[in-house]
Design a protein around this ligand. Structure first.
Ligand code: 5GP
Length: 186
């Protein structure tokens, strides 16, 4: 059966221009904060791949890039808190200044797991950067150093975020009007 294309039912939450401007600001801040440091950006797959690629180019420093694959939701419609590493880092982060780059922080369970896991690898420092943050859903509070936008509790898609693995390529962030919570993979 042919799946319905939801793009015509999407409301725009953040336009590509709003996102672009905010990513530039975050890039400038990180550039200032990490001068003379050993910066490595770690993108959380899959959702952060678009944000990370724009953010990295907005940072004027010789940085490293790595990725971590995490799956947090499984098949259920609510977060389980069970986080699985599906793809590990390719380089050690020992003695490096790590900035973890996430697409969205919802309950905080994914990043809280990741922080604990990364601490055992002895980085010099570790900070969190997320494009979107839904404060109303917090279960585990994690220290977010760089936040693009605080948003309401809506299921958003586009700019890396999926709806059943599709629509990650939308250049803006939108939501469905009759929004019921959807599961997805990081
Ligand atoms: P947390 O562990 O903070 O609850 O969830 C983080 C992960 O849940 C994100 O990396 C993302 O994969 C998924 N997620 C949470 N909210 C949304 C949303 O509104 N849209 C999409 N597409 N994924 C979401």
């Amino acid at each position: 059966m042919e799946e319905q294309d939801v793009r015509s039912n999407l409301k725009v939450l953040l336009t590509r221009d709003q996102i672009r401007a905010r990513v530039q600001e975050l890039g400038k801040r990180i550039t200032r904060d990490y001068r003379d440091k050993n910066l490595v950006l770690v993108g959380v797959l899959k959702g952060a791949f678009v944000f990370l690629s724009d953010l990295a180019r907005a940072i004027d420093l010789p940085l490293e890039i790595d990725f971590l694959g995490l799956s947090s939701y499984g098949a259920s419609t609510k977060t389980s808190g069970v986080v699985k590493i599906t793809h590990d880092l390719t380089q050690p982060i020992e003695d490096k200044d790590v900035v973890v780059v996430e697409d969205i922080v919802d309950t905080g369970l994914t990043l809280s797991y990741l922080m604990e896991n990364f601490k055992t690898r002895h980085p010099k420092s570790i900070k969190l950067c997320t494009l979107l943050y839904k404060p109303s859903n917090t279960i585990k509070k994690v220290p977010l150093e760089y936040v693009g936008f605080e948003i309401e509790d809506k299921f958003v898609i586009g700019y890396g975020l999926d709806l059943a693995e599709k629509y990650r390529n939308l250049p803006y962030i939108g939501y469905l009007e009759d929004d019921t919570k959807q599961g997805g993979d990081s």
